[in-house]
Design a binder for this molecule. Sequence first.
Ligand code: HEM
Length: 503
Amino acid sequence: MLSSLVKADRLASHVGKKYAPFYEFIARTLKSQPGDVDLHSATSISGNYKTIDDLPGPSLATTAYWLFVKGYADKSHAMQVEHKRLYGPIWRSRFGPFDVVNVATAELIAQVIRQEGRYPVRTDLPHWKEYRDMRGQAYGIHVDTGPEWYRIRSALNPKMLKLKEVAAYAPIIHEVVSDLLQRVELLRLRSPDQVTVKDLASELYKFGFEGISSILFETRLGCLQEEIPTDTLRFISAVNDMLALSEMVLFFPRWTRHIFPFWKRFVQAWDDLYDVGMLKFNVCIRDAQYIISILVIYIHPKMKITRPQVILGTSNTLSWTLYHLARDAEVQNRLYNEIASVCPNKELPTAEHLTRMPYMKAVIKETLRIYPVVPGNGRLTVDSEVIVDNYWFPKKTQFHLCHYAVSHDESNFPEPECFVPDRWLRDNPSRSQHHPYSSVPFGVGVRACVGKRVAELEMYFALSRLMQHYEVRTEEGAPSIHPKTRTLLIPSKPIDLQFIPRA
Ligand code: HEM
C-alpha cells in the first residue's frame, strides 16, 4: 500500500494541486487494486496470474480481414470499439512485427499508467534512434528514454506547462490568429456566395503549423501567405517523406535495406529536415533536434507537398469544434454570448479573460472527447513486469491505450456520440460522472503532452476571435462528416463552412 501512495504522490507532484481530489481517488483505488503488488517480486507471483497467451484477440488473418476487407484500415478508432465489444476490455492483436495488448476501459488505462515507472516509454522507435546514432545526434524529447528524456522533460515542464510562462506567448499567438482572420476574410470574399470557406481544415492546419513554429523558431514560416516560401515547402515535404517512410522502414527487416530504397530515402528525408531546419530557421543542431521532434509528432504523414496540409492537434480540434458549432445554433449562441460578455466590443482576449470563459473550455473538452486527436496511445513496459486485470506481463510488453473507445463509452458519457459541452460544466445537472481517465486527449502521467497549455491557449484565442467576428453555418444539405484515422483522427472529407460577419 505504501508503494501505491508513493506513486499517487509522485503523480500529484507532476500534475499539480488542481487535481488533488483526483489523486485521492487514485490513492483510494490503488489500495484495493490487483496492481498494488510489489513489482519486484512480480516474477515470483506470476504463476497466480494469467499471461498474454491467455488473452482473447484476433489472429493475424482476422486482423488483415478487418483492415483490408471490412475496410477498417482508415477507421482503426472504430475498430477499437468493435473489438472491445467482441473480445472484452483487454485483448491482444498481432500484425507483422507488432504484438500489442489493447486496454479499453478507463480503469485498465489507469492500471497501466500507475505501473509505467519513472521513465515511461510510448513505443520503441529503433529506426529513428538508428538515424541519430548514425549522424551522432542526440535523440530529443520524443525519442529519448530513461534519464536523458527525464532531463529534457524536467527542463521543459516549467516553461511549457505553467500557465504564467505560457501566457507570455499570447502576443505571438494573437499575431498568427490575426493572419488567420485575414485569410478567412479573403477566402470567403473570394467565394461565389461571398461567405463559404472551402476545406476549412486545411487552412487551420496551416494556422497550427505557423502558430507552433513562430513560438518555437521565433520566426514566421509564411504558411498563411498566398505564396508559401520554398524553404517552408521543402521543410514540410521532408517531414512528409520521413513520416511516410517511417512505417515502411519499421515493417521490413534490416536485411532488406539493400533491396528496397526505403531506408536510403528515410535517411535523406531526415538529412533534409536538419539542413533546412538549420539554414532556414537559423537554429543550432540541439535546438533543431528539439524543434523537429516536437513538430513531427503532429504532422500528418499523408499531407500533399503541392498543397501543404500540416495536421497539428490544435487545428484539427478547431476544425471539429467549428463543424459542430455550425450545426448547433444554441451552443454557438451560448458560446458567443459568453465571449461577448467577457470581452465586449471585440476586445482582444487575454489569458485572464479566459479564466472567465468556462463554457468555451467545455466546448473544447467535448470536442476532444469525441475526436481525441491521438485516438490510441502507447506504453512499452521497460523497467518491470506488470499486472493488469489479473494478467501478468513481462518487460517489453507493448500496451495500446484505446482512448477513443474509452471516451465513447456510454457508461462514462451517456449518449456518447452527441456533442454536449454541458457535461463538463460544474454544478450542471447534466454533468457526467466519469472516471478521471475516461477522456485524456493529452495523455496522462509524467510523459503526457508537454504542449497542452500552448495548445489550449492557441485554441481559445483562435476560437474566441473567430466567434467575435463571424457566425459559422453549414451549407444547405451539407453531409455529416465522420472521422478517419491516419495515425491521428482527422475529418474524412473537406469541411466547408459559411462565415457570416457579425455586426
Ligand atoms: C490539441 C492539441 C494536442 C493534443 C490533443 C496533444 C496530444 C498529445 C498526446 C496524447 C501525447 C502523448 C502523451 C502520452 O504519451 O501520455 C502528446 C505528447 C507530446 N506532445 Fe502533444 N498534443 C497537442 C498539442 C501539442 C503541441 C502544440 C505541442 C508543442 C508545443 C505538443 C508537444 C508534445 C510533445 C513534445 C510530446 C511528447 C512528450 C514526451 O514524450 O515527454 N503537443 N501530445
